[in-house]
Design a protein around this ligand. Structure first.
Ligand SMILES: Nc1ncnc2c1ncn2[C@@H]1O[C@H](COP(=O)(O)OP(=O)(O)OP(=O)(O)O)[C@@H](O)[C@H]1O
Length: 322
């Protein structure tokens, strides 16, 4: 397909590839494939499998990677064996140009490519025109980026490692959790509390708090137990959801992101009803003298699995200057 760019969304669990192109003003993807990262020794092996399976050929590529990208090189945060560089990919696959960006840089850049109706409402509110927007949430890791509207339809994305900011417990059980996690890990981040990569540790701490045997359970089984009325698992999911909303509120305060929040990531999707409770709303807005500041800030959920792929293509067309 002429004018198309090979795009990838490389997370700590899943790796997604597609071919993206802009047609009649709108970006769309085709040849979408999803792989499990665990099935491959390296990112190059996963990419080769995609190219072999689909027969897709492209001269340019942009890959959204779950880790900090420096000088077009990245080591995945939750898959440290995967070290990727744009020059290495160009040499191995014969691309004319490869750009590596952070996965939430791509997620944030996708937001202007979607209409508001494609998001699920988590908290109602009114987006302040022209204000920054925050895009964040837990999957395997916890990504964060801020989207800035510039002149003439230009967009910039500020991306950092905001998921690794310190967890802020408020209730007794959250303080117990933070204390146990600090005992075992030293530093307690929002990623550790809320993301897939921290779930096992959080589960272990909850078993200690509730004085229960700690079984090896999948996230789906924990969810099932919560749905069946098990108080420990209900509290575990609630505490993780409150960590997401607390982190989102903190980041809006720090960035003046009154354009609104777009939550994303596999965990956010699966606990969405816990993000909508009155307690979750209170965790987002309750900020002492600044509580009014967040009262009308809207929060949405991005569910479209193609978002980081669309965002990678948009970023490739118009790289952010920040
Ligand atoms: N039912 C569930 N409840 C909560 N978490 C779940 C559930 N099922 C799976 N997960 C978690 O979701 C995570 C996968 O999220 P996602 O689909 O966003 O993957 P990813 O794109 O590879 O992640 P990332 O980009 O953050 O590295 C896994 O770590 C898993 O523990």
């Amino acid at each position: 397909m002429e004018g198309s760019v090979l795009v990838g969304d490389v997370g700590g669990t899943n790796v997604r590839f597609a071919l993206a192109a802009r047609r009649n003003g709108a970006l769309s993807i085709e040849h979408f494939q999803k792989f499990q990262g665990d099935d491959f020794e390296s990112f190059e092996d996963a990419l080769k499998q995609y190219l072999d399976k689909t027969g897709v050929r492209a001269t340019v590529a942009c890959f959204a990677m779950a880790g900090p990208v420096r000088d077009q090189k990245v080591t995945l945060t939750n898959r440290a064996k995967w070290q990727v560089s744009s020059t290495g990919l160009e040499a191995r696959f014969g691309f004319e140009a490869v750009r590596l960006i952070n996965d939430f840089q791509a997620m944030a850049r996708s937001v202007p490519e979607f209409s508001v109706s494609s998001f699920e409402e988590i908290l109602p509110g009114t987006s302040q025109t022209g204000a920054p927007m925050l895009v964040a949430g837990p999957g395997t890791g916890f990504g964060v980026a801020t989207l800035l509207a510039g002149a003439n339809g230009q967009w910039s994305v500020v991306s950092g490692e905001g998921g690794h900011m310190a967890y802020a417990p408020r209730t007794d059980i959250e303080h117990d959790l933070a204390r146990l996690l600090a005992r075992d890990h030293g530093y307690v981040s929002n990623e550790l509390v809320a993301s897939g990569s921290g779930l096992e540790e959080v589960h272990r701490a909850f078993c200690e708090i509730f004085d229960r045997d700690c079984l090896n359970l999948s996230p789906e089984t924990m969810r099932q137990r919560a749905d069946d009325g098990d108080e420990m698992f209900q509290t575990l999911i609630e505490v993780r959801a409150l960590a997401v909303m607390g982190a989102a509120g903190d980041l809006v305060l720090a960035n003046g992101a009154l354009g609104g929040v777009v939550l994303a990531g596999g965990v956010s999707e699966r606990i969405s009803e816990f993000l909508k409770t009155p307690l979750a709303r209170q965790r987002f807005t309750s900020r002492g003298p600044m509580s009014d500041y967040l009262e009308t800030c809207p929060v949405w959920l991005m569910r479209d699995a193609s978002a980081p792929l669309i965002g990678a293509a948009a970023y490739f067309e118009q790289p952010s200057r920040i």
